[in-house]
Design a protein. Structure first.
Length: 434
């Protein structure tokens, strides 16, 4: 009997666990779901006879190592800083590893050892990164096989609230890690646009206001992701005139968040400045007083005043600073005001705009994915992050994927079967050529 070990049973793991439970029932395999919260892990397996819920402190080396030693494949849905602990044990015990997280520098150092042991460590196997890589490479390979050349690549993706659940002036609700939302764009951005490499500071990441039309939906705004250029070589697009990866939001969100950033509401090192603030109003007014007048007003004053009021930033409610900075205060505000309500649905939107030349003509492909969640458990985010991981784990255990080494899913051996099965779950791209 083959054994799958999953670390982490949070929101994004719900559909993954459902999928793996069924796969284990179908193949006479067994799934272990490990989470710090045993009750949470138990609730996610829903009494599946092919699954066991356990609780292990992943920072405790011996029990973590013992669990990994008993597994045939390991999936980590832990916070990114904990992946290395799992990876080192997987390497020591010769176990394949899957995760939706980015490859970090410490994991890259293990690349040669992973390959030498004949293991597959598959990273970036979720939504963005993950489905974006697979769907883009499928289009690139198709263009190249027909003798064409890719000349530009603009890739956009956003986790949003579905239109029927959009009921606030930010046109946004939290479907992902709120800490990541608060600090989005904090490292600035770098990308290629019309043969020029552009480096954008944090203060300008949300200022562009660039709009993209989404087929079958409505226009959305985008802001550039941190480092688009790191994928140029991986995609084989070194000569593309434009190469950018972005995040999608409603236009009013980007306008409002640009003001939030430039007011210093996401500051990480301002405890001494705000420690005596007694209320949210006091904190907010203090930050506006030290900001330049045009920033304090916002680019659309009435719009931002409505957004700020919705978040409770004019409230006289008591603010307990307790060694926190503005970023932590803001995170608490967002979790309180922009959370998903019972009955709300989320939505994933991904759009690739791919320019290419073929037979002497300039052409463009727009490849679009729109996925809506079913409810608070079967969310679009949980589907699009979880299913790729589950499908890949199944294919590896069935020896359908035999790739070895440290990889992200850009090889046809991975993307073709995974995208094929995703399509059976209504996760499918629609292409338009012009």
């Amino acid at each position: 009997m083959k054994n799958i070990l999953l670390f982490g049973a949070g929101k994004s793991a719900t559909c993954l666990i459902d999928y793996l439970c069924q796969v284990c029932l179908d193949n006479n395999w067994h799934l272990r779901v490990s989470d710090a919260d045993l009750q949470l892990a138990a609730s996610k397996i829903k009494g599946c006879p092919a699954a066991t819920a356990i609780s292990v402190d992943v920072s405790n080396g011996e029990p973590r190592s013992n669990l990994i030693q008993q597994a045939d494949i390991v999936i980590s849905m832990l916070p990114p800083h904990l992946h290395l602990l799992v990876a080192v044990d997987c390497l020591a015990h010769s176990k394949n590893l899957l995760t939706a997280s980015y490859i970090d520098p410490e994991i890259k150092k293990l690349g040669d050892q992973i390959a030498q042991k004949g293991l597959l460590f598959l990273y970036e196997m979720g939504l963005d990164p993950g489905i974006d890589h697979m769907s883009a490479m499928q289009v690139f390979d198709s263009i190249r096989q027909q003798g064409g050349k890719v000349t530009s690549f603009r890739s956009h993706c956003g986790g949003l609230v579905a239109p029927e659940s959009d009921d606030n002036p930010w046109h946004y609700k939290i479907t992902w890690n709120p800490g990541n939302i608060v600090m989005a764009g904090a490292s600035g951005a770098i990308y290629k646009w019309n043969n020029s490499v552009l480096t954008i500071p944090y203060s300008e990441v949300f200022a562009g206001g660039e709009i993209v039309d989404i087929p079958g939906l409505f226009p959305l705004a985008w802001y550039p992701n941190r480092d688009s250029l790191s994928y140029c070589d991986i995609y084989g697009l070194q000569e593309a005139a434009t190469f950018i990866r972005t995040t999608l939001r409603h236009p009013s969100f980007c306008r409002g968040w640009n003001t939030v950033v430039n007011l210093g509401l996401t500051d990480l090192a301002d405890f001494d400045d705000i420690r005596n603030c007694q209320s949210y109003r006091h904190w907010f007014e203090l930050k506006r007083q030290v900001a330049p007048k045009e920033i304090a007003a916002g680019s659309r004053r009435d719009e931002f005043e409505e957004q700020a009021a919705f978040l409770g930033l004019f409230s006289d409610d008591h603010l307990e600073i307790a060694e926190r900075n503005s970023a932590k205060v803001l995170q608490g505000v967002l979790e309180n005001k922009l959370g998903m309500h019972p009955g709300d649905k989320d939505m994933i939107v991904m759009l690739h705009e791919i320019g290419f030349e073929a037979a002497g003509k300039k052409r463009e492909i727009k490849s679009c994915l729109i996925v809506k969640g079913d409810d608070q458990q079967q969310t679009a985010m949980a589907k699009t992050v979880g299913y790729p991981l589950g499908i890949a784990a199944k294919l590896i255990l069935q020896d359908s994927i035999r790739l070895k080494g440290l990889h992200i899913p850009v090889a046809e051996e991975i993307y073709k079967p995974v995208l094929t099965e995703l399509a059976t779950r209504q996760i499918v791209f629609e292409e338009r050529k012009s």
